[in-house]
Write a protein of this length. Structure first.
Length: 280
């Protein structure tokens, strides 16, 4: 089986590459910069860019299955190129946000890709992860490393954050087994944890105290506005507010699809201790 990975150097894509190579499949990875991809031995790395569909035809030669990273602007053209090249199944890395309000920017981004693939005529599977466990790094990594503190609004917002390797495991199964065609998989971790509880888990893994300091919505907006556009800031604040009012969903998709239990946030934290050290 010949499989093309797009987004192969991403947080999920790397795990997908690892899983497929370990099972002996031919993997071709599309990346803008092959020289820095650092993918597993055995992966055929080719240059290309989903934002420039004209770079894809050579990468698609001989490909049976495709793992598609979500780039909505060119998704329709990319899906058509894949179909015309003989790709039989596309597995889309989507998001749980497609189940939320259609005005949500993340919903619009990911649903546009899903719709393009649905309408291409190729078999598909949509992998819709909830919040990545790894988001803790970009949200809290710097303040934990420098101050041993997390400052955030809606401390009681609870989500079943999911290990990126579990998202990848579902995607790998979908790529390799025809029975997943037409499935829409909402992928979560095994339990919903509040932000306060997530910080406690990190503190235990790191072996040091980490304070959680609750911010008001206005203060949270100000903190996030320095590195996010206003519409994304409001989307995230609404997401946290909703998750504080009612915990996010918990599914058993990882177990049903892969046959093993989903990894806990504690297991993710233990794997990433070095990333939260002062030299990480």
């Amino acid at each position: 089986m010949n499989i093309l990975l797009t987004g192969a150097t991403g947080r999920v894509g790397r795990h997908v590459a690892d899983g497929l190579v370990a099972m002996g499949h031919h993997v071709r990875a599309l990346t803008r910069t092959p020289s820095t991809a650092a993918l597993p031995a055995g992966v055929e790395v080719v240059q290309g860019d989903l934002e420039q569909p004209g770079t894809l035809p050579k990468a698609l030669v001989g490909i049976d299955r495709m793992y598609l990273f979500p780039v909505p602007g060119t998704a329709r053209e990319v899906a058509a190129l894949a179909r015309d090249a003989g790709v039989r199944h596309i597995v889309v890395l989507s998001s749980s946000s497609v189940l939320e309000d259609a005005d949500n920017p993340s919903h619009q981004h990911h649903r546009a890709v899903e719709r393009a693939v649905e309408e291409s005529g190729v078999d598909w599977t949509f992998v819709r992860p909830d919040e990545f466990a790894g988001n803790a790094l970009w949200k809290w990594g710097d303040s934990i490393r420098t101050e041993n503190v997390v400052r955030a609004p809606y401390g009681k917002a609870a989500r079943a954050v999911v290990h990126e390797a579990d998202i990848a495991a579902v995607a790998v199964a979908a790529l390799l087994e025809d029975k997943h065609a037409g499935a829409r998989y909402l992928v979560t971790g095994p339990a919903a944890l509040t932000q306060i509880e997530q910080v406690r888990v990190l503190a235990e893994a790191l072996g040091r105290e980490i304070r959680f300091e609750e911010l008001s919505r206005a203060a949270g907006r100000a903190a996030m506005s320095g590195f996010m556009p206003p519409e994304v800031v409001e989307m995230l604040l609404d997401y946290l507010a909703a998750s504080a009012a009612a915990p996010g969903p918990v599914t058993d998709v990882v177990h049903k699809v892969t046959g093993r239990e989903a990894r806990t946030f504690a297991s993710w934290a233990a794997e990433h201790v070095d990333n939260f050290s002062s030299s990480g």
